[in-house]
Design a protein around this ligand. Structure first.
Ligand SMILES: *[C@@H]1O[C@H](CO)[C@@H](O)[C@H](O)[C@H]1NC(C)=O
Ligand SMILES: *[C@@H]1O[C@H](CO)[C@@H](O)[C@H](O)[C@H]1NC(C)=O
Ligand SMILES: *[C@@H]1O[C@H](CO)[C@@H](O)[C@H](O)[C@H]1NC(C)=O
Ligand SMILES: *[C@@H]1O[C@H](CO)[C@@H](O)[C@H](O)[C@H]1NC(C)=O
Ligand SMILES: *[C@@H]1O[C@H](CO)[C@@H](O)[C@H](O)[C@H]1NC(C)=O
Length: 499
């Protein structure tokens, strides 16, 4: 009975195992059915022992085994030793492989001959072992912001481990893979990418394996100034400070009006490592405070100083002004009694030199509408300074003739022989009366808007209305005690009126 089926099976076996020419595959379905053992794939672990059966329903004359292309044992030639002592052929035809190793994984062919039959059976051993992994590069990787780099993860294990990536403990999504050399391309977008890049290899066997590389991000120095203006006077000792964060370590140079500062007896410089203060930083980032000390300030020491920090990645500089001008004035909480047409303002400043005068500017804010475009111009008043022994100057001034139930904003500057201070923050207040107050009420919420002012250009003369109403003193008072600030006070007065 030579059927088409038989022919096809023979062809198939020939195609699937083209290199097994040495084996005689001249078996047939009938003979295969005579096997009492069944083809099996044995999944086992390192150091285990497996037994591959091979027996027919009749006694055999001889049996021999191959693994893939390699002959292992042949019962007709017991003098030919197996490739290693871990392989044993038992008398019943079974092959034992003990103390399994990774290289024992493969297809095992048993060829058996009895008086009437000749047959081949295939088993397989898959030695499973837990993943192991290495990365390339490994250790520490130092790269600047903007760098693009690839980390390759080489994983071993049976079955084939699957790979995932982590950056500082967070899973990274997309990756490209090719076989077990999976790789990931990283781009350093910011300093925050610094940290541990890890590749995890997992299969069902044992613990996941992890390997990684420590990324240290190099960056151009970042310069911060604790103070951008340092107030002093001739004869004083003064310090200019500049804090530099960088990786790698930056070198720093001071310039005064563009000329390198000569370090010597008059001006000295110190640096202090602040790394301990900022423990969140990785140790490779240096944080250094640089201090320039002027022992006895001269007139010629005043002006702009630049601290310029540079490292192999780049440079950055910041400027600090050494000046004898007064500090910006700060409005104080005013405990005085207010009226509907006047308002008491109190401010404080500090100056190493005597204050000569103040410039107070104020303007009305159109009721319930503070849209910038319809703001009125500033009105400016020059207020002579009271004779005070500095350096703290507290000044009080009452604005009279204000429109009742109105909102105002106010700012003040001080002048000494060195020059004008910067503008104070703008503070808003309201005069008594029924006025819809905007949501702000404390000075801290009112940030001075530097873009808004070109101080000298915008100031006008006193308005006619203001001059005309100067003589008029408001009569409405609101009794209260305690320290309540400006607009809050008005709010309370209004509440009291309503009740
Ligand atoms: C197998 O044996 C070797 C040598 O004794 C040992 O190092 C290894 O850890 C063992 N493997 C397993 C999976 O137990
Ligand atoms: C073959 O012999 C080995 C060793 O004596 C024994 O462990 C195994 O069970 C036998 N296999 C069969 C199928 O009889
Ligand atoms: C404020 O003025 C602008 C522009 O004139 C106007 O569109 C807006 O409605 C006013 N808002 C209020 C609350 O009156
Ligand atoms: C404000 O000042 C500018 C320039 O000095 C002037 O052109 C403008 O008319 C003034 N506006 C008011 C409302 O006085
Ligand atoms: C004032 O605060 C209220 C409530 O918080 C808010 O609804 C309103 O928009 C605010 N008004 C302005 C001008 O910010």
């Amino acid at each position: 009975m030579c059927s088409i089926d038989l022919l096809i099976s023979l062809l198939l076996i020939g195609l699937l195992h083209p290199s097994k020419a040495e084996l005689n595959f001249n078996n047939d379905l009938e003979n295969n059915q005579k096997f009492k053992s069944v083809p099996t794939t044995i999944k086992s672990y390192e150091n285990d022992t497996v037994l591959l059966p091979c027996h027919l329903d009749t006694p055999f004359r001889y049996v021999r085994w191959h693994r893939d292309d390699q002959p292992l044992v042949d019962s007709r030639h017991p003098e030919i030793l197996p490739p290693n002592e871990r392989i044993v052929l038992w008398g019943n035809g079974s092959l034992q492989v003990s103390n399994l190793k990774a290289e024992d994984t493969g297809d095992y062919y048993c060829e058996i001959m009895s008086s009437s039959n000749h047959a081949v059976q295939v088993h397989a051993i898959e030695v499973q072992y837990e993943p192991s992994v290495v990365t390339e590069p490994s250790g520490i990787l130092e790269l600047p912001i903007g760098a693009i780099f690839e980390v390759i993860c080489m994983a071993k294990g049976v079955p084939q481990p699957s790979i995932s990536w982590r950056l500082n403990g967070n899973t990274v999504d997309q990756y490209s893979n090719s076989g077990n050399r999976q790789s990931h391309i990283f781009e350093i977008k910011s300093r925050s990418m610094a940290g541990l890049i890890e590749c995890l290899a997992t299969n069902e066997v044992g613990q996941p394996a992890v390997a990684g590389v420590q990324l240290q991000v190099l960056f151009a120095p970042e310069v911060t100034l604790p103070q951008s203006v340092v107030y002093t006077r001739v004869g004083d000792r003064t310090h200019l400070e500049c804090i530099v964060e960088a990786a790698p370590l930056a070198t720093l140079q001071w310039f005064h009006h563009g000329v390198p500062v000569a370090i010597g007896a008059h001006i000295s410089s110190q640096e202090t490592e602040l790394g301990v203060v900022n423990q969140a930083l990785d140790s490779y980032v240096s944080l250094v405070k640089h201090v320039l000390t002027v022992k006895k300030v001269r007139e010629s020491d005043m002006g702009q100083y630049e601290c310029r920090a540079s490292n192999s990645i780049g440079f950055k500089s910041a400027t600090v002004e050494l000046t004898g001008r007064p500090m910006p004035c700060v409005f104080k909480i005013n405990p005085g009694t207010q009226s509907s047409t006047s308002h008491v303002l109190v401010w404080q400043t500090e100056s190493m030199l005597p204050i000569m005068e103040f410039k107070l500017k104020f303007r009305q804010i159109p009721s319930a509408n503070i849209t910038r475009t319809i703001r009125t111009n500033w009105t400016e008043l020059t207020i002579p300074a009271q004779v005070t022994i500095g350096p703290i100057y507290i000044t009080s001034y009452t604005l009279h003739g204000l429109q009742p139930a109105s909102l105002f904003e106010v700012s003040v500057l001080a002048r000494n022989s060195f020059g004008w201070s910067d503008n104070s923050k703008i503070v808003r207040f309201a005069t008594g009366g029924e006025v819809e107050l905007p949501n702000y009420s404390t000075e801290s919420e009112l940030q001075y808007d530097a873009t808004e002012e070109v101080f000298d250009n915008e100031i006008t003369q006193r308005s006619q209305i203001f001059t005309a109403s100067m003589t008029h003193n408001g009569a409405t008072t609101c009794e209260y005690s305690g320290f309540i600030y400006l607009a809050i006070f008005i709010q309370i007065c209004l509440n009291m009126r309503y009740t």
